[in-house]
Each structure stands twice: as structure tokens, then as C-alpha cells.
Design a protein around this ligand. Structure first.
Ligand SMILES: C[S@@+](CC[C@H](N)C(=O)[O-])C[C@H]1O[C@@H](n2cnc3c(N)ncnc32)[C@H](O)[C@@H]1O
Length: 392
């Protein structure tokens, strides 16, 4: 493909990304993969260039652009060398008209930018939310007792023991260590969230929003496969992805429990007031993961954020009923919005005087309310809020 044809391909994909963001359709990475499947003539260099154009253009637009072409014109503002590729020849995009307007830049739609500012997120931090994430891995201590295993590339060891960083795009899934569960792909922020739980061998630990088990596997490793580890979620599809991952990782203690939304405690009766630790990795807006899903900025609405914050508050109350006296609840969101983080925990502590904040000792992060905030700019992680609270 010519460089111009790659730009036109990216514009076509961007049109689909915009339509999907509007209609709650598939995520951008799926649309990119589908486009490649339908256009077999695209070689590996074409694919790399097209993918980069698509993601760079998404990052270049704050609010959702009207069309893929306008998104790409937004990118031309940042990368003026692309202008020459709008030739109108062959499979390339038509020449840029004199009055054609690029999409608006910025960090996010205005209402969302305002919420970030209100949550104390500065310009540098907000911009870093749109940078590219490196590839972080966790060394699975169920497979490798200590040190860093031999890997095809040398990574950077990070502030948390067992965390190693590689450049974005490293093909770790082709490595034997990945196949055999010696390493797990997991952002350093997620690893810190698991470390904050402080799970110990022999304890009873409940991962209330376990999803496909990313954090459950880390908890199983922290517990050395000893004790009771409940992986609960309301999403059957996500939960069903855990078993093969757990098998690969050698995580034998994870026990899946499917929950009924609104009646979560029905399936968790046997652990009421019994858990040493509960992790609530709550469903959230994901503002802290824009490095990976930059189009998520266009999918979120104020109404959806309201629905999520109400669910988070309810899940905190549900989780609290599982914790035994002296036990702890770790509340995590991958968001930098206070209403999903510090605000939730403050409200919980006010309404539940028997609980107190118990700040985990993490090597990174900045205090925020009763917890800790991790951010891409300061900590090199996805954006997270992590708080641990203890029941008297
Ligand atoms: C941030 S994700 C969890 C990610 C997962 N812990 C991991 O590390 O990969 C939030 C999860 O909450 C689940 N969820 C949504 N509503 C829930 C509810 N009422 N009770 C329990 N889980 C719920 C979602 O299905 C989703 O898997």
C-alpha cells in the first residue's frame, strides 16, 4: 500500500470507530483487527502504519469528531508532514479543501475535562493519560519462586518486586514464558492494586468484581495457592475466561461464583462476615486507561458516569458485609475522577463509622482522600485510585 492509501484506510476505520462509539459498538482494536481481516493485501508494515494513524488520530481529538476524515485532519495539525499524502490520487484521500476544518483537539469532551480538573488532574497529567502505555508484566511467583526468569528480551525492573516493563508492542505472547504462565501481562498499576490487598496464604479473600481474573491470579500467587479465594462477577462470559488462565498460571485456589446483579450476596452467603480481605475492583469510567482505549473518552456520558458511581457505592456496601471484624476491604477504580475514587470512600467512611482508612504501603502513588492515586505522568502506570479500609 502507498503511504496515501494507508491514510485513507485509517480514515475508513476511524469512521467505524466513531459510529461504534456513538452506538455502543465494538472497541477500536476489534474494528482495526476486522479491517485487516477483510483486507488481506495489507502487509505487516501497512498494518503497523494504519494502526498508528488510527490511534494517533483518536488521541489528537478531544471531543468525538464528526467523521474519520476530520479526525485525520486533526492529526495533520500535529503531524504536518501527513498533509502531502492527501493527494486525491490512486487510493489516497482527496486533497484537503481550503475551508475544510480539522476535528477539535484537547483531552476529552468538555464536560469530562471539567470533571478531571475538578478532581485535581493537571494539564500534564491529563496529557499523559493519552500517551502510549508500555507493556508491563508480572512474574508469576507460583511458577518462579524468586528473581527474574530468562526471557527473550531484557525488561526494566520496576518499583514493585516481580514487575517488569517492556516497550509498547513487545510480542510477549510469542514467548514460551507467556505460554507456560511464568509471566502475566498486567499493568504496574493493577499489580500495585493487588499488592494493596495484602492477601496472605491461608486467608479467605473475595475478589468481588473479578472479571476474567486478572487480579484474582495475582491474589492466588500472593496467597501461595493456600486458603480460600473467591472470584465473583455478574458477567458469565468474563468469568468463564478465568479457568483457562488460572490453569496456565497454576492458580489452583480460585473458585468462580456467578452473581445476580442487585442480589450479589445471595451467592455469597457462606462468606458473610467471614472474609479476611475483599477486593472491589469496581466497574468504572476507565479514565485511567485511556492510554490503551483512547476512544473510551467518546463513549462515556454523564448519565453513564452517574450509573457507575451509584453501582460503585452499592458494591462498597455489599463488600462491607463480607468482611469479618478486623478484616479489610480494598476499593480500586481505574479512574482519576474523585466521584469514582476518593469521594466514594469518603462517603462510605462517613456512613459507616465502624470503619477506618488504612493506607497501604505502596512504593508509588500520591495520597488522595483516604487512598492513593496512581497516574501515568507521575507513576508511569495507568490511572488508578486505591484505598484500603479496615473494619473495627
Ligand atoms: C474493572 S472490571 C474488573 C476487572 C478485573 N478485576 C481484572 O483485574 O481483570 C469490573 C468488573 O465488575 C463487574 N461487575 C459489574 N457489576 C457487578 C456487580 N453488580 N457485582 C459484581 N461485579 C460486577 C463487571 O462485570 C466487570 O467484570
Amino acid at each position: 500500500m502507498t503511504p496515501s492509501a494507508r491514510i485513507q484506510a485509517a480514515i475508513e476505520i476511524l469512521d467505524q470507530v466513531i459510529a461504534a462509539a456513538r452506538d455502543n459498538g465494538p472497541p477500536a482494536d476489534r474494528l482495526v483487527a476486522d479491517w485487516f481481516r477483510g483486507h488481506r493485501f495489507a502487509g505487516s508494515k501497512d498494518k503497523r502504519a494504519i494502526r498508528e494513524h488510527v490511534y494517533d488520530a483518536i488521541r489528537a481529538c478531544g471531543p468525538m469528531p464528526a467523521t474519520g476524515r476530520r479526525a485525520m485532519l486533526g492529526l495533520v495539525e500535529e503531524q504536518p508532514e501527513l498533509r502531502a499524502l492527501f493527494t486525491g490520487e490512486g487510493y489516497g484521500p482527496p486533497a484537503i479543501g481550503r475551508n475544510e476544518k480539522p476535528a477539535e483537539g484537547g483531552i476529552a469532551p468538555e464536560w469530562l475535562e471539567n470533571r478531571l480538573i475538578a478532581s485535581g488532574v493537571g494539564q500534564d497529567e491529563a496529557e499523559a493519560l493519552l500517551s502510549r502505555a508500555p507493556l508491563d508484566m508480572r512474574i508469576n511467583r507460583l511458577k518462579v519462586a524468586a528473581g527474574v526468569p530468562d526471557l527473550p528480551e531484557e525488561g526494566e525492573t520496576l518499583a514493585l518486586p516481580g514487575a517488569v516493563r517492556f516497550p509498547s508492542g513487545t510480542q510477549v505472547n510469542a514467548w514460551e514464558a507467556y505460554d507456560t504462565g511464568v509471566i502475566e501481562v498486567q499493568d504496574l498499576g493493577s499489580q500495585l492494586a493487588c499488592s494493596a490487598v495484602g492477601a496472605q496464604p491461608g486467608e479467605t479473600v473475595i475478589d468481588l468484581c473479578a472479571g476474567a481474573g486478572g487480579k484474582t491470579l495475582a491474589l492466588a500467587a500472593a496467597m501461595s495457592n493456600e486458603g480460600t479465594l473467591v472470584a465473583a462477577d455478574t458477567d458469565r462470559r468474563r468469568l468463564s475466561q478465568m479457568a483457562p488462565r488460572a490453569e496456565r498460571a497454576g492458580a489452583q485456589i480460585a473458585r468462580e461464583v456467578l452473581l445476580d446483579p442487585g442480589k450479589e450476596l445471595d451467592a455469597l452467603q457462606e462468606w458473610l462476615g467471614e472474609a479476611d480481605r475483599v477486593l472491589v475492583d469496581a466497574p468504572c469510567s476507565g479514565t485511567g486507561t485511556w492510554r490503551r482505549n483512547p476512544e473510551a473518552r467518546w463513549r462515556l456520558s454523564e448519565a453513564e458516569l452517574g450509573r457507575l458511581t451509584a453501582l460503585q457505592a452499592r458494591l462498597l456496601e455489599v463488600a462491607a458485609q463480607l468482611v469479618k471484624p478486623g478484616g479489610s476491604l480494598t476499593y480500586v477504580t481505574c479512574s482519576l475522577l474523585d466521584e469514582e475514587g476518593a469521594g466514594q470512600v469518603d462517603a462510605f467512611l462517613k456512613a459507616n463509622p465502624g470503619w477506618r482508612a488504612d493506607l497501604p504501603d505502596l512504593p508509588l502513588g500520591t495520597p488522595r482522600g483516604a487512598g492513593t492515586r496512581l497516574s501515568p505522568a507521575r507513576d508511569g502506570t495507568d490511572g488508578f485510585f486505591i484505598a484500603r479500609i479496615t473494619k473495627a
